[in-house]
Write a protein that binds this ligand. Sequence first.
Ligand code: SF4
Ligand code: F3S
Ligand code: FES
Length: 237
Amino acid sequence: MQINLKIFRYLPDSGNKPHYDKYVMEVNPTDRVLDVLEQVRADNDPSLAYRRSCAHGVCGSDAMQINGHNALACKVLVKDLDSTDITIEPLRGLNVLRDLIVDMEPFFDHFRSVQPYFINDSELPADGKERLQSPTERERFDDTTKCILCAACTSSCPSFWADGKYVGPAAIVNAHRFIYDSRDTAATERLEIMNEATGVWRCRTIFNCTEACPRDIKITKAIAEVKKAIITGKLEN
Ligand code: SF4
Ligand code: F3S
Ligand code: FES
């Protein structure tokens, strides 16, 4: 099939303004958008820049806007776009470093700010081996363990676009993952971070994040649970 492809191009400090390169290409309907980008690099322009690593929806490095929606280029098939016009642009709300590559540092700063790691300084149980958890306790935070830090959610959130200080849905998802882990002891501290001016209250329940997540995490639900825990002072099962 033939597609009309438009790709955002920009190299800050080059003196050139942001622009779109256009290509008319023959592709297979079952090609992924990532395959199309690889084809452009191989046949037309090796200077085209984008991130990719696993090519199988695991590493989270190739999130970008495809026809206006955030997605992983390696998970979107050309035939599923329902259009032969395909526009590829970088994620919104993060500065472009080059072409489709954005500066992820502010995103990871927000992620780090919620203490996204296991905290428990108490003695290990008598057998000295592991802290046990029931299947039900593990299930409580299973959904938010699935995050691959692709930034598709945070960079689709209008509250984040309006103010990049908002910690953003990805950071809240990762806070949720540890707040609801029965073995962790720092839930109160994380809820205090979530209650700050840059925390969960900036969320206006717009749902773009949930729609954008390639891992189908119920992000808005997780945010609502964190808000409720702050208000009630309790973690509900
Ligand atoms: Fe990506 Fe989903 Fe994690 Fe957001 S919550 S960073 S969209 S995997
Ligand atoms: Fe933004 Fe998602 Fe809330 S899009 S406003 S974080 S529900
Ligand atoms: Fe790893 Fe797409 S390249 S998720």
